[in-house]
Design a protein around this ligand. Structure first.
Ligand SMILES: [Zn+2]
Length: 149
């Protein structure tokens, strides 16, 4: 299913999840992992355990990226095309930025709307597909579900 653009930031399961860190001392969860100190300024914890974060969260803020973001957002198209970015609040209490899934834009987003993590191809290079996480609006993906009512 491709190679992650950044190794170790998300799982490669059929139901993928971001890999964060949980502080052994205070339980604060953050993403990405790899810090050597705790994000909690009150805490002096220095050991952390990997934790798979919630696959779903709620849109906290969103925007249209009119300018090319820095790595790892390698442009998939040339010339650069704007796309939507969402800041998503997870149950663990942190906010994770991500591109919005292919085919969705700011018109599909609303503050408080539920989104789900998906893994999509960011670009293709000599090693094949390179993948990144994105946020996909949940309501849109179930809009055709006739059981809703
Ligand atoms: Zn801590």
């Amino acid at each position: 299913m491709g190679t992650p653009v950044i190794e170790g930031w998300f799982t490669q399961d059929p139901e993928p999840g971001l890999i964060g860190s949980s502080c052994d001392a205070c339980g604060t969860v953050f993403f990405p992992s790899g810090l050597s100190f705790c994000r909690n300024p009150q805490c002096e914890g220095t050991s952390f355990a990997p934790v798979t974060l919630s696959r779903r969260g709620r849109v906290w803020s969103y925007t249209d990226a009119q300018y090319q973001p820095p790595a790892p957002y390698v442009p998939a198209r040339d010339p650069y095309e704007p796309f939507a970015i969402a800041a998503v609040e997870l149950a663990e209490g942190l906010v994770v930025l991500g591109q919005v899934a292919e085919g969705y834009g700011v018109v599909d987003l609303a503050v408080g709307a539920e989104v789900e993590l998906v893994i999509e191809t960011l670009y293709v290079d000599d090693s094949g597909d390179r993948t990144i996480w994105r946020w996909r609006p949940v309501s849109s993906s179930t809009a055709t579900n006739g059981d809703n009512q």
